[in-house]
Design a protein around this ligand. Sequence first.
Ligand SMILES: NC(=O)c1ccc[n+]([C@@H]2O[C@H](COP(=O)([O-])OP(=O)(O)OC[C@H]3O[C@@H](n4cnc5c(N)ncnc54)[C@H](O)[C@@H]3O)[C@@H](O)[C@H]2O)c1
Length: 352
Amino acid sequence: MRVLVTGGAGFIGSAVCHALIARGAFVINVDKLTYAANPRSLDGIAAAPHYAFERLDICDRAAMDAVLGKYQPKAVLHLAAESHVDRSITGAAAFIDTNIAGTYHLLEAARQYWAGLTPNERTAFRFVHVSTDEVYGSLGADGHFHEDTPYRPSSPYSASKAASDHLAQAWHVTYGLPVIVSNCSNNYGPRQFPEKLIPLTILKALAGEALPVYGDGSNVRDWLHVEDHAEGLITLLDRGRPGERYNFGGDSERSNLAVVEHICATLDRLMPAARPRQKLISFVTDRPGHDQRYAIDAAKAHRELGWKPRRHFEAGLEQTVKWYLDNRAWWEPLQTRVYGGERLGLLCSARA
Ligand SMILES: NC(=O)c1ccc[n+]([C@@H]2O[C@H](COP(=O)([O-])OP(=O)(O)OC[C@H]3O[C@@H](n4cnc5c(N)ncnc54)[C@H](O)[C@@H]3O)[C@@H](O)[C@H]2O)c1
């Protein structure tokens, strides 16, 4: 199996590359290497004979045509994106460019490449467009997102992902490209860029710094381990039905405050400090447009794909904390060169 992965130097994309290589697939990783990429995430597979890396921008149509023609993949797993809500609030342009225009260029390149395949190859080809549960908007205290839940994105990030999901589905309906869309809840695990809640909290707690919790910390997210997500995406290549959408979730709803408190307790156990790290928690101005609750009904993926998350949240979180403790060389350079942990995504008026 030859699979072209976009965004393979990012958090989820690198987990997908590792999982595909472990299964013996030939992986072509196409990544622009933005601030969110970390080539060290590919340690262990970068020298594998069935792995190729191409530093390319998905917005570059000619480059996408060339890379598809060069490697002749049987499938595309499209993960390249701008992915941080807070950054989308302060500057949406890159989100519009990569998430919407980039997906458009990639779909067009894939369509042209697919049209040139033999009939059997065309039938077997898959384009998996990886998206988020954030496109569905916010839930109240009850209910879950289903595959037919209407889209109601709240942030520039989720709006740009929603637009790209519509493009992907339209390329199936109009042109017959075998597109599958996946919508997944919050991922956690090793190699996540330390601007996101879990790694940010781990690193700040380790440094004895204040732990920012937005609003009152009651916002609820469903958490899925990144390796479970990667397995789900790979399963889609074999068992997903073109034209369909699949929700992935971990059945692990937790409030942000509960997640932060659990990280503190885990670190206190693994590496005791002078005083409990919970005392570092600091409630800060809420994120503008902050969705209250996300919850996923993943029954379709369970039923049709035979997929189920294998990792329990608290056990996966402990493994994640240990990974950051054991892999300083992965994150320390990011703190000085890329992102130092400062607050992102505040409106000007909120800053005043
Ligand atoms: N992180 C989550 O919790 C989560 C949950 C559900 C869905 N998703 C989706 O999964 C995908 C991957 O998310 P992630 O958390 O791994 O993101 P990430 O920010 O960690 O990685 C994104 C990767 O895409 C690359 N990239 C960005 N713009 C590019 C461009 N124009 N051309 C080529 N490469 C480019 C970056 O260099 C980076 O390596 C995204 O589409 C995201 O919307 C993420």
